[in-house]
Design a protein around this ligand. Structure first.
Ligand SMILES: [Zn+2]
Ligand SMILES: [Zn+2]
Length: 121
């Protein structure tokens, strides 16, 4: 089968994608995400979510269902999530190095946000 290829709009490399090669398709999608200002400002755009999902998957591959713990010893946990180490609000990025994989409970204590109204668990 000889599938029809088209040149990438950006670099001209022939691709099976409709308009851009894989690289520029990904860059273009990331740019579209960033243009949706509010999601970008919150730091939870689609591109970030993909990075976060990949970080959790990689963590599971290496350590299994195991939370490294936040101000408490490591423990077994199945509800792992990725969160920013340096918050976006103070200049942290979405790169994997700035993501910590922790269970939900550790992640919420990491957020250093005092409970709004004495909510008890
Ligand atoms: Zn390209
Ligand atoms: Zn934990």
């Amino acid at each position: 089968m000889n599938r029809r290829r088209r040149p990438c709009l950006v670099c001209g490399t022939l691709t099976r994608n409709p308009s851009r090669c894989d690289t520029h398709q990904a860059a273009w999608l990331a740019e579209q995400d960033q243009r949706r200002g509010s999601a970008h400002q919150r730091g939870y755009g689609a591109a970030y979510r993909r990075t976060a999902t990949a970080a959790v998957a990689e963590h599971r591959r290496q350590y299994g269902d195991w939370c490294p713990g936040w101000r408490r010893p490591a423990h077994a946990a199945t509800d792992l999530t990725a969160d920013h180490i340096v918050p976006k609000a103070v200049g942290g990025g979405d790169e994997p190095a700035n993501l910590a994989v922790l269970c939900r409970s550790c992640n919420s204590s990491k957020r250093d946000r005092p409970p709004a109204d004495g909510h008890r668990v």
